[in-house]
Design a protein around this ligand. Sequence first.
Ligand SMILES: [Zn+2]
Length: 123
Amino acid sequence: MSEKGGKGDKIRLMADLLRSGATLTDLSCPACASPIFKLKSGELWCAQCQKKVIVVKEEEEAREIEILSALSQTETTILTKIWEINERLKAEEDPYEIQRLGSVISILLDNLEKIRRIGKSKG
Ligand SMILES: [Zn+2]
């Protein structure tokens, strides 16, 4: 009985990859968590799955999308709050309260500006 597909085989495959000029990266395969090799051609290769790995970049993109979506949700929340406070401000007659609401709006606008700046830098 040979060890086909066994651990010995994988180690041999990895050794072959290194011999062919591939280098070991500090990335791990998203599918099997094996270390990922960088082939001489520049492609990322998982010796365990026996296939090219492109998911690393996709994961990065997914993270970017997550951040952008969080930013846009925060933006919506802040806009809603500004609107709500503005409504209260319209009805408010107490100067102290008007000042207080005004400074809350000012803080919210600052945050809104920051969020939009981050969003822009992320494209
Ligand atoms: Zn893999």
